[in-house]
Design a protein around this ligand. Structure first.
Ligand code: NAP
Ligand code: F7E
Length: 344
């Protein structure tokens, strides 16, 4: 029988890569999307799969809609990727973020509980739950200490998923995914902001790129690798929780250096704190500066994932290095910039 997957957040980065993976495996893919004026599906178009997805209107704030979608689609697997996913915005919109990310997940779990308990469920948990880290490398057993309304809301959703597994026997899994990026990453996230911004600076389309905390460090992987781990979790005999990460950590500064190198120039750092600037060492021009407007009220300084459980039980390992990721993103943004005047 053909497997039927419902992906919430179909218009997002992970929704696009996961759709491609599942279509290639022969699934029928239903894409949950919320009503929006723009109705943008540029990622699905870029991957050439837009026409192969059955779109269903899906809104996390509306429980009656969620129940009707499950009754109509009758999925065998639900990949719950939809969220207010931008950490920075969660400080300005904490209640909305909690409603969408925490209660939204609970609404789906409740709908599964009443419609069909055999539906397998994937929850998009996050390394942001570790926040103020309690161990040098973070694994499934590491205590959580979220540092943003986003992280707090995701922690609720994480425990709700585990609770529904324990209380009602759902096949429900949490993927604790560390930052994963790609050419399809939203422009507000630091990696894509850097690759798009530096290409623009390099082409003389803008003067300088303004960023926040350059010392922040993340375990960055490639989104295309990470959606494969999601699928593997739902093929297990029972639900479980897995860290998905590369185990390698780099700072925002190091990301900038690698991105600039791909564009053919070295960055020299001058100054400290808010006065720090990045200079194109070939031209002497300032290309990066710090703008405190991008600082967060409480920051996650550094993250490093320990994905040994995923490796052992899922047979999952990342295929893309940090260097390969940066080069892939720079090359994609440079190609876009030469295709269109706005680089979109
Ligand atoms: P993304 O690109 O921001 O996509 C988020 C998706 O959620 C979009 O399709 C968005 O639709 C949808 N959405 C937002 N609010 C909604 C609502 N009220 N009802 C229905 N849909 C809604 O995120 P991503 O990077 O693909 O991440 C996928 C998931 O993994 C998210 O839950 C994120 O929090 C989590 N996660 C991401 C990372 C990472 O590094 N990427 C790491 C760990 C966990 P619109 O297009 O209409 O806005
Ligand atoms: O920030 C610093 C910023 O917004 C990374 C989401 O997918 O991954 C993502 O959350 C770091 C932070 O990602 C700028 O302060 C410096 O320390 O790219 P980001 P994030 O907050 O780690 C996790 C795992 C998720 O679950 C989330 O959904 O970079 N930073 N300067 C900046 N960040 C941004 N956005 N913009 C800057 O100018």
């Amino acid at each position: 029988m053909t497997k039927r997957a419902l992906i919430t957040g179909i218009s997002g980065q992970d929704g696009a890569y996961l759709s491609k993976l599942l279509l290639d495996k022969g699934y029928t893919v239903y894409g949950g999307h919320r009503q929006s004026a723009s109705g943008e599906f540029w990622r699905l178009t870029e991957l050439g799969i837009f026409d192969r997805i059955e779109m269903v209107p899906f809104e996390l704030l509306e429980p009656t809609n969620i129940t009707r979608v499950l009754q109509k689609v009758r999925p065998t697997e639900v990949y719950h990727l939809a969220a207010q996913s931008f950490v920075g915005a969660s400080f300005e919109q904490p209640i909305y973020t909690a409603d969408v990310n925490a209660l939204g997940t609970l609404r789906i779990l409740e709908a599964i509980r009443s419609v069909d308990r055999s539906i397998r469920f994937y929850q998009a948990s996050t390394s942001e739950m570790f926040g103020l880290i309690q161990a040098a490398a973070q694994a499934e057993t590491t205590p959580f200490h979220p540092r943003s309304p986003y992280g707090v809301a995701k922690l609720f959703a994480h425990w709700a998923t585990i609770n529904y597994r324990e209380a009602y026997g759902l096949h429900a899994s949490c993927g604790i995914l560390f930052n994963h990026e790609s050419p399809l990453r939203g422009r507000e996230f630091v990696t894509r902001k850097i690759t798009r911004g530096l290409v623009d600076v390099h082409l003389g389309r803008r003067e300088v790129l303004a960023l926040g905390n350059l010392k922040a460090a993340r375990d960055w992987g490639f989104a295309g690798d990470y959606v494969d781990a999601m699928w593997r979790m739902l093929q297990r005999p029972a639900g479980d929780d897995f860290v998905v990460a590369t185990g390698h950590t780099h700072t925002v500064e190091q990301f900038l250096e690698a991105a600039a190198a791909r564009l053919g120039f070295p960055i020299a750092w001058q100054g400290e704190g808010v006065d720090q600037v990045g200079v194109n060492a070939q031209t002497g021009r300032v290309v990066v500066r710090v703008d405190p407007a991008f600082f967060r009220p409480s920051e996650v300084d550094t993250l490093t994932g320990d994905a040994r459980k995923a490796q052992e039980l899922l047979g999952w390992t990342p295929t893309t290095t940090f260097q390969g990721l940066v080069e892939m993103m720079i090359d994609a943004d440079r190609a876009r910039a030469t295709r269109t005047p706005t680089g979109d």
